[in-house]
Design a binder for this molecule. Structure first.
Ligand SMILES: Nc1ncnc2c1ncn2[C@@H]1O[C@H](COP(=O)(O)OP(=O)(O)OP(=O)(O)O)[C@@H](O)[C@H]1O
Ligand SMILES: [Mg+2]
Length: 407
C-alpha cells in the first residue's frame, strides 16, 4: 500500500526515460556552459511532470556534489502554493541572493522590491564567471498567468539575457502558454526547449504499477511474502484499462490499485479483477460522489476554494474570509469566456456556504466565543474525504478544474 501511494517517491520513473534524459542533458549542458535557458514541459494531470523534474533535480544535485557539473542553487515555485503570482519574485530573489531559507526563514522582501532587485541583477550583475547559476522549477505555471502576464513573461525572458545563468524549468498543463504570453518577435528569440508529456497508455500504466510493486518487494528476498502475488496481472490490466480510457493519469491507477489492496488486506489474499471492479464502482457510485455531482457551480467552487486554502496553508481549518477571497479569484479563472462571469455578492456567497453546511459537507466553527468574532474570522472545515472531493470535482469540471485541483 505504501509503495502504491501517490505520495511515495519512486527512485526511477518507468516510461519517462526519454523525457528524463532529454531534460537532464539540457539542464546539465546549460550549467556547463554557464548560460541560461528555458525548458517548457506540458502535459495533462498525472503524466509524471513534477515527479520527473524532481528526479532530475536530485540527480543534478548529486552530480554537482561530486563536482561532475557546476554547482547551482535550486528554487522551487508552485503556482498553486503561493498567495498571488507576484510572490514568485520574492522566492526567486531569495534563491538568487543566496538567502538560506532553511536556516533563516523567508526574507521579508515584498514582490515589488524583489522584482526591482531581480531586474537589476539580470540586466547588469552576475556577468562574471564566478556568479552562481540558478535552476528554478516553475510548477503549475498556468496558475501564474495574470491579465498583464508580466510574471510568466519575466520568467521566460530573464533566462535569455546574456550572463543570466538562470535555467527555468516551466511546467504547465497547456501546450500553448508561451504563445499566449509571448508575442511574435520575442517568442522566436526565446529558443525554448519544449516537451509534451503524453497521457500514459494502458501498457504504460501497467508498467508503472508493476514497478511500484516490485520496489515494495526489494529487500524481502528471503522473507515471507516475497513470493506472494499482491495484485494479479489481469487485475492490473483491468485497472490500467479503466484509467487509460478516461485520462491516462498515473495518480488514478495507483489510487485504484492501492484501494484494492486495502480491500483484500484483511484476508491476506491476492487482488483479482473483481476487487478492482468493486473499487472502481465504489469510487464512481459512493454517496459522496453522487452528492458532489449534483452540486451547483458555486457550491463546487466553494469546496474547491476551501481545499486550495487547506493545501496552501497546510492546515485543515480555514478562515471564511480566505475561502471567500479564493472563491472570487476562481470565478474568473474557472468560468469560460461565454459564461456570464457574474461575481456573487457576499450575501450570495454566504447562502452557498449555508447550503454546504446544511448538508454537512462543511463544518463551521461554533460556540459563544465564536459568535463574537466577525464572520470572516470563523473557521471552516471540510467534512468529506478531501481526495474524493478533488477526484470527483475534477471529473465533473473537466480539464481546468483538474488543473486547479491536482497537486
Ligand atoms: N512514470 C511513472 N512511474 C511511477 N510513478 C509515476 C510515473 N508517472 C507518474 N507517477 C506518479 O503519479 C503521481 C502523479 O505524478 P506527477 O505529480 O508527476 O504528475 P503531474 O504530471 O505533475 O500532474 P499535475 O499536472 O497534476 O501536477 C505521482 O505520485 C508520481 O509519482
Ligand atoms: Mg505536477
Amino acid at each position: 500500500m505504501h509503495a502504491l501511494h501517490v505520495g511515495s517517491r519512486p527512485d526511477a520513473l518507468p516510461c519517462r526515460e526519454d523525457e528524463y534524459e532529454r531534460v537532464l542533458r539540457c539542464v546539465g549542458e546549460l550549467l556547463e556552459e554557464g548560460s541560461g535557458g528555458c525548458i517548457y514541459i506540458s502535459g495533462v494531470p498525472g503524466t509524471g511532470k513534477t515527479a520527473t523534474v524532481h528526479t532530475i533535480i536530485r540527480e543534478l544535485k548529486r552530480m554537482a556534489q561530486n563536482s561532475e557539473i557546476n554547482p547551482f542553487t535550486y528554487v522551487e515555485i508552485n503556482g498553486l502554493k503561493i498567495p498571488e503570482p507576484s510572490a514568485a519574485y520574492s522566492l526567486l530573489w531569495e534563491g538568487i541572493s543566496g538567502h538560506d531559507v532553511a536556516k533563516e526563514g523567508h526574507l521579508r522582501v515584498g514582490a515589488k522590491e524583489s522584482l526591482k532587485a531581480l531586474t537589476r541583477h539580470f540586466t547588469t550583475g552576475n556577468r562574471g564567471p564566478e556568479g552562481h547559476a540558478c535552476v528554478v522549477l516553475m510548477d503549475e505555471l498556468d496558475q501564474l498567468v495574470t491579465p498583464k502576464q508580466d510574471v510568466v513573461y519575466n520568467f521566460f525572458n530573464w533566462p535569455t539575457l546574456v550572463g543570466s545563468k538562470l535555467v527555468v524549468i516551466a511546467v504547465a498543463n497547456t501546450m500553448d502558454l508561451p504563445e499566449r504570453v509571448m508575442t511574435g518577435r520575442v517568442r522566436s528569440r526565446l529558443g525554448m526547449i519544449r516537451i509534451n508529456f503524453q497521457p500514459y497508455t494502458r501498457e504504460q500504466l501497467e508498467k508503472i504499477v508493476e514497478a511500484r510493486l516490485a520496489s515494495a518487494k526489494e529487500g524481502l528476498e528471503d522473507e515471507e511474502g516475497a513470493s506472494q502475488v499482491i495484485i494479479a496481472p489481469d487485475a492490473i490490466k483491468f485497472a490500467s484499462m479503466t484509467v487509460s480510457r478516461i485520462t491516462g493519469d498515473a495518480r488514478r491507477v495507483l489510487d485504484i490499485c492501492r484501494r484494492a489492496v486495502e480491500l483484500v488486506e484483511p484476508t491476506k489474499g491476492t487482488v483479482k479483477a473483481p476487487h478492482v471492479r468493486e473499487v472502481v464502482n465504489m469510487m464512481q457510485n459512493s454517496p459522496t460522489a453522487a452528492y458532489l455531482r449534483d452540486l451547483s457551480f458555486h457550491e463546487r467552487l466553494m469546496l474547491t476554494s476551501l481545499i486550495k486554502c487547506v493545501k496552501r496553508e497546510g492546515v485543515e481549518e480555514i478562515k471564511w474570509s480566505e475561502v471567500e477571497y479564493q472563491h472570487l479569484t476562481y470565478v474568473d479563472s474557472l468560468t469560460s469566456e461565454d459564461d456570464p462571469k457574474r461575481k456573487p455578492t457576499p450575501y450570495e456567497l454566504m447562502m452557498v456556504l449555508d447550503s454546504l453546511v446544511a448538508s454537512r459537507a462543511v463544518v463551521v466553527e461554533d460556540g459563544t466565543a465564536v459568535a463574537r468574532k466577525p464572520p470572516g474570522e470563523r473557521r471552516l472545515l471540510l467534512n468529506l474525504e478531501q481526495g474524493e472531493v478533488e477526484r470527483v470535482l475534477g471529473d465533473v469540471g473537466g480539464q481546468r478544474w483538474k488543473a486547479v485541483l491536482s497537486n
